[in-house]
Design a protein around this ligand. Structure first.
Ligand code: NAI
Ligand SMILES: N[C@@H](CC=O)C(=O)O
Length: 816
């Protein structure tokens, strides 16, 4: 024998009902006796509640709503039945609808809506749907019998959420439902007291009806038909790449449904669990899908965590105070007060110091909980032995569930580590000693991100999604996008790294796309669509998306973008940047940014600030962290300047070489930043800070070789107009060096806490003499490298190498 329950979405219209018909037909052929339990057509219960409230408030508009309800059922009948049968079904349905209208008229007149009358009004949803479907199944040639659940399921008088009298109920079901071939159709959700008053079993109660019926019959299987492929690893509306779970134990299903998995109404597990009846969840729209089988054992021994669920709109209520420590009976009084005020407790935590007890409840219970606790502890409150009752809202509970968690170490470690790395603050934690469930309370704003990162950690450990917000699509940013586009498939396949660009901005336009841009056409998306750029709005939208593993990539040279860093880190967003302004700006901010990363479990990576893609900062950090001490840094740090001094030859104008350096993407957005030495000053300052010095940019002794009017030109274009006036001047400098057998080099030095940079001429004996093209060279003289310095050398500017350095930092941030 089979009991099939169809939810509201499975019976919402004629085409769905026809699909139900074919599923029942199949079950009948395989099992002979089938019990079909039906929900109301989707949204009808809410509509009925609305009608009752409208009527009782004296709003005659309820009549129009009633007409609509009638119309919906009429349409369904007309689509399902031919003329003579349609009239017959209509008569039954209209009889019920007029009964409903009379009840609503009564509510309108007496202006009182009791829980009992609300139950009666709500009962019409299932009574209507089950009558129509019963008749429909009969027209399909099935031997159908409609039974009124109110004659079978006996409850107490706890209207709206009645408790079942299983003794009486089981006996009535066993007697009424025949074991010979038959299709029995019943309304779900509704029941009655012994005296025949209509009751309901709580929202979602149709599942419960089916489970009660199954548990009262011999040799039975239960199937719950809904609109998803089974119990999923997490809520697919909130979490990406969820998948159905083929098997669960009753306990796991209970925990998951209790913590928000809407597919199953939690009380429905108990009756089938008690009789060890297999329960399968199936998709009405995809009957071929396997669904989820729920039995007494969880047979996936490999996976410790079976599912992740959550409950939003949680309130934490805490009783704290030194007067609680070591005093017996506090917990008893705390929970008695809550019970007395009918407060349903979702989660409990108590610190082992006994200094506080915290419970999670729903907002509807919050005021009663607070009042109840204030009354109970009024003496302690008056004497200051406990603090005022603390009520905090805007929270969610996230729970991971699985029977095998009990035998698997590091499940909690993984959970909290992944939350921490994504900047999700955990407010309260609960784990039962059975270890089936670990729950934690977090800010509701973080729930989407938290669910996604936890889901990735436990179910998609082979794939990690990184969400990039890129500002700056010029030389470096644009090249990075091209590199990512080319490398993305390989990273996904070989390293399970799914890197998505979800935000793009440049000086003109900005836009966000939660599922990621198509990198094949990013310039169009980045440049022509979206909205005018406003960094504050970009940041606000980035924070609002609150995506897991988010990284802000600043490929500008803008101080305005640096202003966004602290808030981004605070929101758990890592930062990767070639922009030197943050690390060479005020020391306090540089320090704050670095400290925030360790506190918030995010990364702030800027390897490309010095030497473009060369491993300069990483090398220095490794030296320091391994206990070495920096004695001196001497370096060529400007790719642009080195290029100029190498390429400025006889017969070539200096100003033309500067233009070429700009065209090749070596120079700063404003090339004067290179020529006046500021770019080099920033870089040597950054190295000094990494080496432990608390210096500022103003501490760098900078020898400028750019003539003053070029430095002061109003725009970059004006600068390029003036520069040719000095071609002869630069040619003289070059010839002088050449005559002496030397070469010009712009050299930065850090020694004994002093910073300087300036133009020098070096002979063939000096290592800088041979530094070619746009190369950089950094000599680290340290306690361990005193005889001969440690040297890092290579291209120190340019789109490809810098973009590759940014790329490497992103992967580092992602692997953190
Ligand atoms: N080009 C190179 O070889 C290297 C560059 N860098 C650094 O990389 C950064 C970018 O350099 P490039 O790509 O060469 O510059 P670029 O001038 O080619 O590109 C800058 C990009 O930033 C955007 N931008 C500027 N201010 C903005 C704002 N306030 N809001 C939104 N977007 C803004 C621009 O629209 C443009 O897309 C600079 O900080 C530079 O110092 C670092 C190492 C090497
Ligand atoms: N403009 C810089 C490049 C990045 O830092 C240089 O020329 O070195």
């Amino acid at each position: 024998m089979k009991v099939l329950k169809f939810g509201g979405t499975s019976v919402q219209g004629p085409s769905e009902i026809k699909q139900v018909g074919s599923i029942v037909q199949q079950a009948y052929q395989e099992n002979s006796t089938v019990v079909v339990v039906l929900s109301a057509m989707s949204k009808v219960t809410d509509q009925l509640i609305g009608l009752a409230r409208q009527a009782v408030s004296g709003d005659a508009g309820y009549l129009q709503e009633w007409e609509q309800l009638t119309q919906r059922h009429d349409n369904c009948i007309r689509a399902l039945f031919d003329a003579p049968q349609a009239d017959e079904v209509s008569r039954t349905i209209h009889g019920l609808l007029h009964e409903l209208k009379d009840v609503l008229q009564g509510l309108y007149l007496v202006r009182e809506l009791t829980p009992k009358s609300l139950d009666f009004v709500m009962s019409f949803g299932e009574r209507l749907s089950s009558r129509i479907i019963s008749q429909y199944l009969a027209t399909q040639g099935l031997p159908t019998e409609w039974l009124d659940s109110r004659n079978l399921i006996v409850t107490d008088r706890n209207f709206n959420n009645a408790r079942v009298d299983f003794g009486a109920t089981n006996a009535r079901i066993a007697e009424a439902i025949p074991s010979h071939a038959k299709v029995v159709v019943m309304p779900g959700f509704i029941a009655a007291t012994r005296e025949g008053e209509t009751t309901t079993l709580g929202r979602g109660g149709s599942d419960y009806t089916a489970s009660i019926v199954a548990a009262a019959l011999p040799d039975v299987e239960l199937e719950i038909w809904t609109d998803v492929d089974g119990m999923m690893t997490a809520d697919p509306r909130k979490v990406r790449r969820t998948f159905p779970l083929p098997r669960l134990s009753y306990l796991e299903a209970l925990e998951l449904s209790h913590f928000g998995a809407k597919v199953l109404y939690p009380p429905s597990v108990q009756p089938v669990l008690a009789r060890n009846i297999p329960l399968r969840i199936k998709n009405t729209h995809r009957p071929e899908a396997e669904g989820t089988l729920i039995t007494d054992r969880s047979d996936d021994q490999q996976r410790a965590v079976k599912g992740i669920s959550s409950i939003d709109h949680i309130v934490l209520v805490s009783l704290k105070g030194s007067g609680m420590v070591g005093v017996t009976g506090i917990a008893m009084r705390f929970f008695s007060a809550l019970a007395l005020h009918q407060v349903n407790v979702i989660l409990i935590t108590q610190a082992s110091s006994e200094h506080s007890i915290t419970v999670a409840i729903t907002p509807a219970d919050a005021e009663r909980a607070q009042q109840g606790l204030q009354e109970e502890f009024k003496t302690e409150l008056a004497y200051g032995q406990v603090d005022p009752i603390l009520v905090e809202d805007g929270l969610s509970v996230l729970a991971i569930v699985g029977e095998n968690m009990r035998n698997t170490p590091n499940v909690a470690g993984r959970l909290f580590s992944v939350l921490g790395k994504n900047g999700v603050n955990v407010r309260a934690i609960a784990q039962g000693s059975s270890e089936h469930n670990i729950s934690c309370v977090i800010e509701q704003d973080d729930i989407r991100k938290a669910l996604n990162v936890v889901h990735e950690a436990f179910f998609l450990s082979d794939i990690k999604i990184l969400n990039l917000f890129l500002i700056g699509t010029g030389t470096v940013g644009g090249t990075f996008l091209n590199q990512l586009h080319a490398q993305r498939p390989h990273l996904l396949e070989a390293h399970g790294l799914d890197i998505r660009v979800v935000g793009i901005a440049n000086r003109r336009r900005m836009q966000l796309a939660e599922d990621g841009f198509d990198l094949a056409s990013w310039p169009e998306q980045g440049d022509d669509s979206g909205q005018p750029t406003d960094p504050a709005v970009f940041a606000r939208e980035m924070h609002a998306l609150n995506l897991s593993n988010s990284i802000l990539i600043d490929c500008t040279g803008s101080a305005a973008i640096v202003e966004l860093y602290e808030e981004a880190l605070r929101h758990g967003i890592s930062i990767v940047t070639p922009n030197k302004i943050a690390c060479s700006g005020p020391y306090d901010r540089y320090q704050r940014l670095k400290q925030m990363t360790s506190r918030r479990g995010v990364r702030f990576l800027y390897e490309t600030n010095v030497g473009a893609g060369l491993p300069v900062i990483g090398t220095l950090q490794d030296l320091i962290q391994s206990g070495d001490r920096i004695l001196k840094i001497e370096a060529i740090l400007s790719g642009t300047l080195n290029y100029l001094f190498n390429e400025h030859k006889e017969g070539v104008a200096f100003s033309d070489v500067v233009k070429t350096a700009q065209r090749l993407g070596y120079s700063e957005p404003d090339p004067r930043i290179d020529l006046n030495g500021v770019d080099v000053a920033r870089k040597i300052l950054i190295l000094a800070r990494e080496a432990g010095s608390h210096l500022e940019l103003s501490d760098v002794v900078l020898h400028n070789f750019l003539p003053e009017d070029c430095r002061e030109a109003a725009t970059v274009d004006a600068f390029f107009t003036l520069l040719p006036n000095y071609d002869a001047h630069f040619e003289n400098m070059r010839q002088e060096a050449e005559k002496a057998g030397k070469r010009q080099r712009y050299v930065a030095t850090y020694e004994e806490g002093k910073l300087s940079c300036g133009l020098r001429t070096v002979g063939p004996e000096h290592p800088f003499f041979q530094v070619e093209g746009n190369d950089n060279m950094v000599l680290f003289t340290t306690e361990r490298y005193q005889e001969r310095p440690l040297i890092v050398k290579g291209a120190g500017a340019g789109a490809e190498v810098t973009a590759a350095g940014v790329f490497a930092d992103i992967i580092r941030a992602g692997n953190f």
